[in-house]
Ligand binder design. Structure first.
Ligand code: ADP
Ligand code: MG
Length: 349
């Protein structure tokens, strides 16, 4: 049995190719070594035998604004990456559980959730369930998660709970997407401590950049103090509506200031994307040929190609120098930009 066949079997993919059963965490290589050592064999590292998979890319999909497309991006990107044969885990970090619902995990299929994982009641591996999209698995969330800040208030190292929970539990995945709630609280901080990449969806709307400086400043703080691996892997413009003149302007402004950090692909406003969660399906299964599916496929391609383009080091703490690295202009500040984009262009259309 090849490693991939072995992986598929362990993930419970039925003959239809649709995963049907609870994810069973991979057997740690140490088990194998121990067994072989007991048998008196000398065992070369697993990677030399079968090409052990590289550790997954762990990506926080975050923006403290609600309704900007974090969950839609997590779900759709997961599905598009899985179409390319990758194994994806979506960790639902929002008490509203929208990513879980959007990936077809009914309430009765959430016996163990992110809450149990973060409180230490259950190992992350035991909470993973399969979604209707082959290759996409989910750590679901329920409203219980809303109490986590209070629950962990007196606990030490509460900001690294997720990071520790992921350790050793996700080596069979290629990408782990952390779908953050609309706040900069403990859950988002846990995501930024656990992740190596930060993907920020921005709605092509008024106040597009509002709060972005604060998010990046928080990420920079976490990078300096806890997680030096953290980098911005991309800014994704979402819900673009060409009928709204301001949308074009927002795209131009965001590109001018964040340069190559911004995905080339812009996600259109598309009613199919808004409908899909109601059916518990990612867009690629709900309407595979739609332009929304195509747009997220293009994002997946860019995501795989870019692999952490711009380090957060460009954030100085008082201003954003990411654009300066690209344009030579060191004076760019998202806060200023916010006031320009959000207040300087008249009413919406
Ligand atoms: N590109 C899009 N076109 C149309 N509706 C969208 C699009 N992206 C997201 N939506 C809808 O907008 C709402 C907010 O999106 P969501 O992804 O849940 O945002 P967030 O997770 O940032 O709060 C949802 O109802 C979602 O279905
Ligand atoms: Mg959400």
């Amino acid at each position: 049995m090849t490693l991939n066949e072995d992986r598929r079997t362990r993930r419970g993919h039925g003959s239809s190719g649709i995963p049907t059963t609870r994810f069973i965490p991979p057997t740690p290589p140490t088990d194998r070594s121990t067994a072989s050592e007991l048998a008196g064999e000398r065992v070369p590292p697993l990677s030399l035998v079968s090409g052990e998979p590289a550790p997954p890319r762990i990506v926080a999909v975050a923006n403290q604004k609600g309704g900007v497309g974090k969950t839609t991006t997590s779900v759709s990107l997961a599905a598009c990456l899985s179409e390319r044969g990758l194994q994806i885990l979506v960790v639902d970090l929002d008490p509203q559980g929208n990513a879980s619902t959007g990936l077809g995990i009914a309430r009765d299929r959430r016996p163990l959730t992110t809450y149990d994982v973060l409180t230490g009641a259950a190992p992350l591996g035991s909470s993973i369930v399969a979604s209707p999209a082959t290759g996409v698995h989910v750590v679901p969330a329920t409203i219980d998660l809303a109490g986590i800040e209070v629950e962990l208030a007196t606990q030490l190292a509460r900001e690294s709970r997720l990071s520790r929970a992921l350790t050793g539990q996700v080596r069979d995945f290629d990408v782990v997407l952390l779908d953050c709630p609309p706040s900069l609280g403990l859950l988002t901080v846990n995501a930024l401590v656990a992740a190596e990449e930060l993907l920020v969806p921005i709605q092509c709307e008024y106040y597009a950049l509002e709060g972005l400086g604060l998010l990046l400043a928080n990420a920079a703080l976490i990078r300096e103090n806890v997680n030096p691996a953290l980098a911005v892997s991309g800014i994704l413009l979402t819900m673009f509506d060409p009928r709204i003149k301001l949308a074009e302007q927002v795209v131009a402004d965001v590109r001018a200031h964040f340069g190559p950090l911004v995905f080339e692909t812009v996600i259109p406003r598309a009613v199919r994307l808004a409908e899909a969660p109601g059916f518990g399906l990612p867009i690629t299964l709900y309407d595979p040929g739609s332009r929304a599916s195509e747009a997220y496929r293009a994002v997946a391609e860019e995501f795989l190609a870019r692999d952490r383009v711009a380090p957060l080091a460009a954030w100085t703490g008082t201003g954003w120098n990411g654009a300066a690295a690209v344009t030579g202009d060191a004076s760019v500040d998202p806060a200023e930009e916010h006031s320009r984009v959000s207040t300087g262009r008249g009413g919406s259309e």
